[in-house]
Design a protein around this ligand. Structure first.
Ligand code: SAJ
Length: 415
């Protein structure tokens, strides 16, 4: 294996930072992973994981075991810095750049002329320029503009595009966009990614790279909104939406996505707002799609409550809490929100089932009339079965066991 005589400091050891740091370490870079949460740092130092992602445990253990990956709470000098911290939204759907700002200011004292700094966090348009501004404040010794002059650093945005559940494959095979604050920065970034990416690396301006990532996720959001809207129309008109979509998709140029209980995760439910926030008058379709998808959980809750009226003391099994199939990620999960609302609104006795999580999520713990249960118990006791996530584990459920129950299948798992 090629060994790279370079050090990389990855700030943020979450869903993107940790896989990236581990991959780089197993490709021969010396990597320091940085996180301000001491428990995360300790877990990584022990070669273990603080979240589930297929095969990542093996990669982390191997990276740490070889000594190529170490972890700490503070950054240190390196040749290449990667920022992979969250960018949630604040009030009014404005992007919250405080984590990126804190990461930038924390690594600034360690920067040396010639270093490459890459922002991987999903960011609003103009974020990379903002990073340059923070660096200039922290390091006036590098000149009034840290991306120019003899002491310059190279600064680029390269948005991560990996799909949770397939992170390790997609980190390597996906094409990559590197948007530089100037052409030299784009090229320096591209050269780095080409050392471990099998996909094609494209260079562009930082602003184009920023908007490209947001546009990709908004594209998916708009298309899921179309499917979700169809599900409402079908319910109204007495048509099976799953059959409808299957048939419509036989058209050579039609590919309708799948309706669900709403759109979750930290990306698709968030990123389109960054576009809406920066160009509100021009983003009518993107905003409406967000509203359609955000409205779907309430529609599901109302359907369940309506069904529950038929029973004296209804027992409702909520199958799945994660934001999508076969992962343990509960961030922005409509399944979790629906389950919580059903309990809070007194729809019945709720049995919350999530095979990917060992104990009752904090948000649900302590709610009256809600218990965390196994799938077998839930199926045995429920009057109403609400299928919220299409985990493989639920696909094997014997249909006979649902025969005398009310089934509300938000994912079309049972047709
Ligand atoms: N969903 C549907 N119907 C569908 C597809 C998805 O309801 O037909 C729902 C899922 O259940 C989930 C949500 O949408 O709640 C998002 O899931 P996803 O699988 O579409 O996407 P994420 O959030 O896991 O990952 C996305 C990906 N972006 C695109 O596919 C354009 C990934 O490539 C990005 O890297 C990631 O966002 C990110 O980090 O931004």
């Amino acid at each position: 294996m090629a060994r790279f005589d370079k050090t990389v400091c990855v700030v943020g050891l979450g869903y993107i930072g940790l896989p990236t740091a581990s991959l780089l370490a197993t490709r021969g870079y010396r990597v320091l992973g940085v996180d301000n949460d001491r428990r995360v740092v300790e877990a990584v130092q022990a070669g273990s994981l603080h979240f589930h992602e297929p095969d990542l445990d093996i990669l982390v253990a191997s990276a740490v075991g070889s000594g190529q990956l170490t972890a700490a709470c503070e950054p240190a000098a390196a040749d290449i810095f990667i920022i992979a911290v969250p960018t949630p939204f604040a009030d009014g759907h404005a992007p919250d750049m405080s984590y990126v700002e804190a990461a930038t200011r924390a690594l600034a004292p360690h920067l040396q002329p010639g270093n490459l700094l890459i922002l991987e966090s999903t960011s609003p348009v103009g974020a990379t320029e903002q990073v340059a501004g923070w660096l200039a404040q922290e390091r006036p010794d590098l000149g009034p503009d840290v991306t120019r002059g003899s002491k310059r650093i190279h600064l680029a945005h390269s948005p991560e595009r990996v799909l949770p559940g397939r992170v390790l494959q997609e980190l390597v095979i996906n094409d990559r966009i590197v948007g530089g604050i100037d052409p030299e920065s784009a090229e320096a970034g591209a050269e780095f990614y080409r050392t471990f990416t099998a996909g094609t690396v494209f260079t562009t301006k930082a602003r184009t790279a920023e908007l490209s990532k947001l546009a990709e996720n908004a594209f998916r959001d708009v298309n899921i909104a179309y499917a979700n809207e169809l599900s409402l129309i079908c319910e109204r008109l007495g048509v099976n939406v799953w059959e409808l979509i299957q048939l419509a998709n036989r058209h050579p140029r039609v590919n309708i996505l799948q309706p669900g209980p709403g759109v979750g995760g930290h990306c698709i439910a968030v990123d389109p707002w960054f576009i809406v926030h920066s160009a509100p008058e021009q983003s009518r379709l993107i905003r409406t799609a967000r509203e359609v998808n955000d409205g779907k959980p309430r529609w599901v809750i109302d359907q369940v409550k309506q069904a529950a009226e038929r029973f004296k003391d209804p027992v409702i099994a909520c199958l799945g809490l994660a934001f999508k199939a076969n992962i343990d990620d509960l961030r922005e999960s409509p399944a979790l929100a629906i389950t919580e609302a059903l309990a809070r609104e007194g729809a019945g006795d709720i049995l919350a089932v999530e095979p990917y999580v060992r104990e009752c999520p904090k948000r649900l713990a302590g709610l009256a009339k809600l218990r965390f249960a196994g799938v077998e118990e839930a199926l045995e006791k429920a009057d109403i079965v609400l299928l919220l996530v299409d985990h493989d584990r639920f696909r094997t459920i014997d249909r006979q066991r649902l025969a005398r129950k009310v089934l509300i299948d938000t994912r079309g798992l049972f047709g």
